[in-house]
Design a protein around this ligand. Structure first.
Ligand code: NDP
Length: 306
């Protein structure tokens, strides 16, 4: 990240420069985030054709969890138009918003805030970003698909809700900790139409009735660190049609390596990051996310190479 792109703190908000329209990402830590590079690339692109966005700029703030309420208050007062939230703020912010988008409510987390007249309004674009990423990278739609989802944390929750909202025909979920899996299944059950199969299983013992040709999605953090084990033994599953790993750094996880060795089409989660960002920027600008995604994609790929 360049020196022109500093990490800000909430202390700076007391005399934040008023000129310009500001957007930001909040996280802790945040120095690794490539969201400023992605969003500023898209803004540069649209500024050439639309003067309404001439003075828009996207920055990043390091906000420790206890400081989140004060940060959100000061950002609203300073006139910020929109925010992205990353770990650990997605759930913490729920109590700080005045309105939660209907589609985000069952996820129980928000990754996008928009300044409204009464306060921050919350949205969640992670699941939509994942669906758009699977479509763009693998050419697969979730509608009518069978999905095997690994994980029961925040990202898995967004993915599962999106799968059900898009009308998958079956959703099988595996997670290391059984109690977390049961909580997720219980929360998803009211969203699941009777025509859709919703089942859980242990990644250690995949059931024989798992269907062939599923889209296998990794929403666990297994694969983030060097030496991590596979979140599931792909060869022990009925052959999936494709594998999507939400992890994008490292770009090739053990799961993706195993898929490549088996000749199964696969992709990492960079396209999810890009598309969740494009959908967030679409909320703030009113533009179509498909118009914003290409510049964000190029910037994300360039940032990953640095
Ligand atoms: P959470 O901490 O909320 O959930 C972590 C999940 O991973 C849990 O299901 C946990 O299982 C499981 N897990 C952790 N370690 C292991 C392990 N060693 N073996 C098997 N399972 C494990 O994290 P998030 O849901 O926020 O994030 C999950 C992943 O998704 C991360 O890798 C993150 O980087 C990625 N992500 C990518 C995004 C993108 O834009 N591409 C956006 C958001 C997330 P258990 O219940 O047993 O603890």
């Amino acid at each position: 990240m360049s020196s022109e792109d500093p990490v800000h703190t909430i202390a700076e908000l007391i005399d934040w420069p008023k000129e310009g329209k500001w957007l930001a990402v909040l996280g802790h830590p945040i120095a690794h985030s490539i969201s400023p590079a992605m969003h500023n690339a898209a803004l540069t692109c649209i500024q050439k054709i639309d003067t309404r966005f001439a003075d828009w700029r996207y920055v990043r703030f390091d906000v420790p969890p206890p400081e989140l309420p004060l940060a959100l208050k000061r950002l609203l007062e300073a006139g910020f138009l929109g925010l992205n939230l990353t770990a650990p703020h997605k759930v913490l912010a729920l109590t700080e918003v005045v309105h939660i988008d209907e589609a985000a409510r069952p996820i129980g987390a928000v990754n996008t805030l928009k300044a409204g007249t009464q306060g921050w309004e919350g949205f969640n674009t992670d699941g939509q970003g994942m669906a758009a990423g699977i479509l763009s990278d693998l050419g697969l739609s979730l509608k009518g698909a069978t999905v095997v989802l690994l994980g029961a944390g925040g990202a898995a929750r967004g993915a599962a809700v999106e799968c059900l909202q898009q009308g998958v025909s079956a959703l099988w979920i595996a997670n290391r900790t059984q109690s977390n899996l049961e909580t997720l299944l219980r929360d998803l059950s009211p969203l699941c139409p009777s025509s859709c199969v919703l089942k859980g299983f242990s990644p250690q013992t995949p059931p024989p009735e798992l269907p062939k040709g599923a889209i296998l999605i990794n929403a666990t953090s297994s694969g983030l660190k060097q030496g991590d084990a596979l979140p599931i033994e792909i060869a022990a599953l009925p052959r999936p049609s494709a594998v999507y790993d939400m992890i994008y750094n490292p770009p090739c996880t053990p799961l993706l390596q195993a898929a490549k060795e088996l000749g199964i089409p696969c992709s990492n989660g960079l396209s999810m990051l890009v598309n969740q960002g494009a959908k967030a920027l679409a909320h703030w600008t009113g533009l179509d996310s498909r118009q914003l995604a290409p510049a964000m994609d190029s910037a994300a790929r360039q940032a990953m190479r640095q």
